[in-house]
Design a protein around this ligand. Structure first.
Ligand code: SF4
Length: 367
């Protein structure tokens, strides 16, 4: 890549897209604001205890907003109880019934998600907007490729993006005519390339904040790459104000992956340490992967942001670990400990972990 192109990419990375500012309770979406990480509860909403437990775990994992499905009246009643028991701002996920949206907002939802594919009646939308206005709630207009009207299996890819954009445009016209702009937009697909394409198109066409992610990406091990590619590509272009990584499994995993995506782009500070491990090669003379696993367990007790590296040799190790606050570079039967690129100790292999532990303590005390 020529130097000019790389500079262009870096400049784009630093520049967030300019958007309107959207308020949802204590949260703010849009340019100039932090990119928020969100997920959904994955237990029955009517199981209030289980929801509260899950939301508290999500809060500890660094989640900013939790969405809860409210398909029935019993769910919005449960939603009202959950709101009272957690500090986390909550959003309600509404399909088909405008009444559920109104009940959720009245119960304390700071934001609701409406799907233009199934809440279509103008009078219903008016009632939801009036309620959102009087409670200061935000609305996410969330188009899904799967719920687009007229979408047949043989519709070509370009047409699918255009249809999603058009559905959003028609729906937005209604909101804007009714004087409501406290909106976040999303258009999701299970297809990574289309998710990128449609969000680029939306970012060009509208200046509302964007919620980005794939609709369903799979089990955690399968979801990681498609979600990271779609969300990471868009964020690197300055597109995206809140993210949701969709994973079939524990929602805490969604938050962990979402935060890692943001951290890898320098869009979020780490709460704790980062572990760098060399990929290992034929020069490696110790069990780097085993040692790294032990170091990772040690780091569970460290809460200061720092970079720790475990490198398999001293040929490339010191150079590659130069950015690390602490690094182990292994050699035959021994290892070198580096602190911020300076060698501070040479220790037998059996003592490496213990020595690193002591250095970690010292580093924490001085941080
Ligand atoms: S640090 Fe050394 S052992 Fe590890 S991958 Fe690089 S050259 Fe190989």
């Amino acid at each position: 890549m020529p130097a000019g192109s790389r500079r262009h990419l870096m400049d784009k990375t630093m520049q967030r897209r300019n958007t309107k500012q959207v308020a949802a309770g204590p949260l703010r979406f849009g340019s100039g604001q932090r990119i928020l990480v969100q997920t959904m509860t994955k237990v029955f909403t009517t199981d209030v205890e289980a929801c509260v437990r899950q939301i508290r775990r999500l809060e500890r994992a660094g989640c900013d907003l939790v969405r809860i499905a409210v398909p029935t009246r019993a769910d919005t009643e449960a939603f009202a109880q959950i709101v009272q028991r957690v500090k986390m701002p909550l959003a309600a996920d509404v399909h088909f019934a405008a009444d559920r949206a109104i009940e959720a907002i009245e119960a304390g939802a700071v934001k609701i998600r409406l799907n233009p594919g199934n809440v279509k009646d103008a009078a219903d939308i008016r009632r939801v907007i009036d309620c959102a206005k009087s409670h200061g709630a935000a609305i996410r207009v969330g188009v899904n490729e799967a719920s687009i009207r007229d979408l047949k299996a043989d519709v070509p890819a370009e047409r699918r993006t255009a249809l999603m954009l058009e559905e959003l445009r028609v729906y937005l016209r209604l909101f804007e005519k009714m004087g409501f702009e406290n909106l976040v937009l999303s258009a999701k697909s299970a297809n990574t390339a289309r998710t990128i394409e449609v969000n680029r198109a939306i970012a060009q066409a509208f200046d509302y904040p964007l919620h980005i992610g794939l609709t369903h990406a799979g089990l955690p091990e399968d979801a990681l790459v498609p979600s990271s590619v779609a969300i990471g590509t868009l964020l690197a272009e300055g597109i995206g104000d809140t993210i949701r990584v969709s994973v079939a499994g524990d929602p805490v995993k969604e938050i962990q992956i979402g935060r890692q995506i943001l951290q890898s782009l320098g869009l979020l500070e780490r709460m704790g340490p980062e572990l760098i491990v060399c990929p290992t090669c034929g020069r490696c003379r110790i069990d780097v992967v085993g040692l790294a696993g032990k170091v990772k367990r040690l780091l569970k007790d460290v809460h200061t942001p720092m970079r720790v590296a475990v490198m398999g040799c001293i040929v490339n190790g010191p150079g590659e670990a130069a950015d690390a606050d602490l690094a182990i570079c292994a050699a035959e039967g021994k290892g070198y400990i580096y602190r911020k690129g300076q060698k501070i100790a040479v220790v037998e292999a059996a003592l490496l972990l213990e020595t690193l532990k002591e250095e970690l303590k010292k580093l924490e005390q001085t941080s």
